[in-house]
Ligand binder design. Structure first.
Ligand code: ABU
Length: 365
């Protein structure tokens, strides 16, 4: 048993796969207000996702676990909590949590360190507890593992821009994008905040998206915490940036998949190009609409799980994405996963690399 992973593509040996049990449509909070009337959750309402959706998602998550185990990869699963209970700190209370999905949002492994993200939604503040039994067992089994948790945020009103959503939605497109570029979204800079899924790992280089879940102070904290890495704060032309793994997806040394609808900053493109990386526009998703009851987009098509530099799991209905990766030289493993999407994401979101064989390398010398 070893905790260790430096990038998104080295041979995968051990992984956590999330569970859908008990996932909630979150109660309103300063960071996020759900409004899905057509799916039974109009503004202000909250509650567990329907049982039949949960069962269908769990079937696909279990199947992913079997696919990975059949390839010799060890799979662990988190312990769901009662996410429907209100939670509180001394400074606020919140009527519900979210769930034990996606694992990628909460935890990241960088080298021998397993790091718990701050998270930035109140409904996700305690989510790490669903993963603690596994983390504790890893810490007992691997004497070389470092277990770190970023500063637990206060998440008081000071961490959020009041009236952000209405003000932002009323802006013209160019002004909205200027706000994205400037990192002036719902989060203030009162304290470091980040979700782990805003980090793309490429050995010595870590690309961290400033987003609706990650602020500049969070990126600064990561930079200071990981002095042996080059931590790049990045943004994309995306009106609702939330996690980098359906936008900028490194597949193997020298190859990154990029969402064409979310153009990258010129500086980022140049950084990859002068280091001889190929930046490939991901295939257009087969689906025209986002998943129900979800903040994710149809670009979950490119939210792939790389098993090794020649093998990649792709959502089974995304034919164009599978064909593109086949042409790029990958063995493509189709995995049905669209029923998991309402629970927070795709194949990359739902998983956490505990161990990938490999060492720290500099891919941008
Ligand atoms: N959390 C996965 C990324 C969601 C999206 O950009 O559609």
């Amino acid at each position: 048993m070893k905790v260790g992973s430096w990038n998104e593509w080295d041979p995968l040996k051990h992984v956590v796969v999330g569970r859908a049990d008990g996932t909630m449509v979150q109660a309103p909070e300063p960071a996020v207000v759900r409004d899905w009337p057509e799916d039974g959750f109009p503004l202000g309402t909250y509650g567990p996702l329907p049982e039949e959706m949960t069962a269908a998602a769990n079937e696909q998550l279990d199947n992913l676990a079997h696919v990975l185990e059949s390839r010799g990869i060890r799979v662990d699963r988190p312990r769901p909590l009662d996410f429907s209970r209100p939670v509180a700190t001394p400074e606020w209370s919140q009527q519900s949590m979210f769930g034990a999905m996606p694992v990628r949002d909460v935890l990241v492994v960088i080298g021998n360190e397993l790091l718990e993200a701050t998270m930035s939604f109140r409904s996700r503040w305690f989510e790490y507890l669903a993963h603690r039994p596994l983390i504790e067992s890893y810490y007992r089994a691997d004497p070389g593992m470092r277990w770190e948790a970023a500063p637990k945020p206060r998440l008081t009103e000071a961490s959020y821009r009041p009236g952000f959503r209405d003000e932002y939605d009323a802006l013209p497109y160019e002004e909205q994008i200027a706000r994205v570029r400037a990192g002036e979204l719902v989060l203030t800079e009162a304290e470091p905040l980040f979700d782990a899924a805003d980090i793309a790992r490429c050995g010595k280089d870590l690309f961290v998206q400033q987003s609706l879940a990650t602020n500049a102070a969070g990126i600064r904290w990561l930079r200071q915490h990981l002095p042996e890495h080059r931590v790049h704060g990045v943004t994309f032309e995306n009106l609702h940036p939330m996690h980098i793994d359906a936008t900028w997806v490194p597949l193997r040394p020298g190859l990154v998949l990029h969402c064409a609808e979310r153009p990258a900053d010129e500086d980022l493109l140049q950084y990859f190009k002068i280091n001889d990386w190929q930046v490939v526009r991901a295939a257009t998703p087969g689906r025209q609409t986002p998943p129900p009851l979800s903040a994710c987009s149809r670009w979950l098509s490119m939210n792939v799980l790389v098993l090794d530099p020649g093998t990649v799991c792709v959502e089974a209905s995304e034919t164009a994405q599978m064909e593109q990766l086949d042409r790029l030289g990958f063995e493509v493993v189709p995995v049905p996963f669209w029923d998991v999407a309402p629970f927070g994401g795709g194949l990359h979101c739902a998983t956490l690399d505990v161990h990938r064989e490999g060492v720290l390398e500099d891919y941008f010398p």
